[in-house]
Design a protein around this ligand. Structure first.
Ligand SMILES: *Cc1c(COP(=O)(O)O)cnc(C)c1O
Length: 371
């Protein structure tokens, strides 16, 4: 174990939980969260949570299949299904648990999964657990996907196409309408993970599927990002969700989501829907940062709020991140294995809680540090 640790340290790939040169304080501008709407510290969100704990108690007590109906969960699921316009939704403890449990419940030996090369680790792990054949297509590359569908689809029983709505480390989005059309044409089902789009993109923050007017067979949303809480949900038809209740092992064999968390979901969902002002503030912040780095990278305008700043080597990413920390800005170095070798980057995420001045100052310091 020590040798393995030493190897990671030598390659600048070692991570620690206190990877900060400066303690985060009120003076630090944190550009490394996924708290897109600034809800994690929002007084009304905190109140929704404490109120719900008072109403519903502390613990989930057992798996929901053992504990019986929990009104807070059912109400939260109705509200979330309504948000993404699906028949039914199901809460999970986290987005990781959702993907790792749902994919093996919906695909198995003899099936095939076409998976975007940059899909999140939780999707990759779910694919592995499923024992379906996994065929990775190049990132957002519809020609590659179509060629794979053409040559491989016929060999398998059921087929899924799995993509993120906004990619967590690149901040770009797939052409969902084209993916949906390909899925229909080749008899495949579409699975979309809206983790970084929900609350940020689309009418009332309903996500990229809503913005593009498509309904995937399975949609995953998380509550730990724009919602400022924790947890996740799956949404789809009643048939698909009932099957998950029976088969998704991270649902069946895991204690129910905290009732106080579920109980806060209806109010926080209302807040997410009403947060158009926060969303436009966020879009302006993203445009400021993007414009500030545009001369240094060919990256197009991010699809939501994730602005990757290419660094190449992990050493350079760490050095720039440390220099920015010294100047009061928290942006984390993202290194392999989270991203492919040679593509280490800073992942810069403005939130609606920042001021325009914060972002202007950040761009100024970033430009100085890079020079
Ligand atoms: C963050 C993330 C998850 C995991 O969600 P958690 O609730 O944080 O476990 C799943 N999928 C994607 C695409 C993510 O970015």
């Amino acid at each position: 174990m020590r040798e393995e640790a030493a190897r990671l340290q030598k390659d600048a790939l070692w991570r620690t939980l206190d990877d900060r040169t400066v303690a985060p304080g009120p003076a630090m501008v944190n550009l490394s969260s996924n708290d897109y709407l600034g809800f994690a510290q929002h007084p009304e969100v905190m109140l929704a949570l404490t109120d719900a704990v008072e109403r519903y108690g502390a613990g989930g007590a057992a798996s929901r299949l053992l504990s019986g109906p929990l009104p807070a969960h059912e109400e939260a699921e109705d509200v979330l299904a309504g948000l993404v316009r699906c028949e039914r939704a199901l809460l999970f403890a986290s987005g990781y648990a959702a993907n790792a449990g749902i994919i093996p419940a919906l695909a198995s030996e003899g099936d095939v999964i076409f998976s975007d090369a940059l899909n999140h680790a939780s999707i990759i792990d779910g694919c592995r657990l499923s024992r379906a054949q996994v065929l990775r297509y190049q990132h957002r590359d519809l020609d590659h996907l179509e060629a794979l569908l053409k040559s491989q689809r016929g060999r398998f029983q059921n087929a899924w196409i799995i993509t993120e709505a906004v990619f967590s480390m690149d901040g770009d989005a797939p052409d969902l309408r084209a993916l949906s059309a390909l899925a229909t044409h080749w008899g495949a089902w579409l699975y979309v993970d809206e983790a970084h789009a929900l609350g940020v993109v689309g009418p009332e923050g309903r996500g990229l599927c809503a913005a593009d007017g498509i309904t995937p067979e399975l949609l995953v949303g998380t509550l730990g990002k724009a919602f400022g809480l924790a947890g996740a949900f799956a949404a789809g038809s009643d048939a698909v969700i009932s099957l998950l209740v029976n088969r998704a092992r991270s649902f069946v064999y895991s204690t129910a989501v905290l009732p106080g968390l579920a109980g806060a979901v209806p109010r926080v969902t209302e807040m997410v829907r009403a947060a158009d002002a926060a969303r436009s503030r966020l879009r302006a912040h993203v445009a400021t940062v993007h414009a500030g780095i545009a001369t240094r990278s060919a990256l197009s305008l991010p699809a939501a709020a994730i602005v990757p700043i290419p660094m190449g080597t992990p050493e350079r990413a760490i050095a720039v991140s440390k220099a920015l920390q010294d100047r009061g800005f928290e942006t984390r170095a993202i290194r392999p294995p989270t991203v492919p070798k040679g593509t280490s980057r800073l992942r810069c995420v403005p939130t609606a809680a920042h001021s325009s001045n914060d972002l202007r100052k950040f761009v100024h310091h970033l430009t100085q540090v890079l020079a």
